[in-house]
Design a protein around this ligand. Structure first.
Ligand SMILES: [Zn+2]
Length: 181
């Protein structure tokens, strides 16, 4: 996750993760990714916008590395609901509460660092909002087949190759039926 697009892709994909199929190995990877998303630092070639406009710091439990399956389930459910509302209720305001968020300023080496602190969930949501704003929230789309929210890439209408294939197949079946009538 180096660019802000990669970060946003990961966060949006997380929202449609099937938590019933998570193995212990997957859980470890998810924790690492979550930690990188909320409180990862700058690597070579990255700017602060790649991190979502500010550094993140989790100052409450559970920390990303302590996230349990239940914690992830809660996060996935909340983010999924939020993204769906953001796509479905065009023209309406959708509220996101992040009650633990605090901003910190840290002068360091002649520069002023801005750090967003709070719970893992709140820092996650804060960063997601910032990334959506930076990347363009109009890239969020709802898959017409499976109702998953995904980020538009090119002219794709469906969330995945599976949905695209399913849709082509269904259209083909429809044409066969019509031809037979
Ligand atoms: Zn789909």
């Amino acid at each position: 996750m180096k660019t802000r697009q990669q970060r946003l892709d990961w966060a949006v994909d997380l929202a449609s993760l099937d938590m019933d199929t998570i193995t212990p190995g997957d859980l470890l990877n998810l924790r690492l990714k979550l930690q990188e998303f909320v409180s990862g630092g700058l690597k070579e070639g990255m700017t602060i916008n790649d991190l979502g406009g500010a550094f993140g710091s989790v100052n409450q439990k559970p920390q990303p590395e302590e996230y349990s399956l239940q914690d992830f389930q809660k996060l996935v459910k909340r983010v999924g609901g939020l993204l769906r509302n953001a796509v479905l209720y065009e023209g309406k305001m959708v509220g996101v509460k992040t009650p633990t968020i605090e901003h910190f300023f840290a002068p360091a080496g002649g520069q002023l660092l801005v750090i967003v602190g709070g719970s893992t969930e709140d820092v996650f949501l804060h960063k997601l909002m910032q990334l959506l704003q930076l990347e363009g929230a109009d890239r969020l789309l709802l898959c017409p087949l499976c109702r998953r929210v995904f980020l538009r890439r090119g002219k794709r209408k469906y969330c995945s190759r599976e949905c695209n294939n399913r849709s082509s197949y269904e259209r083909w079946v429809e044409r066969q039926k019509q031809a037979a009538e």
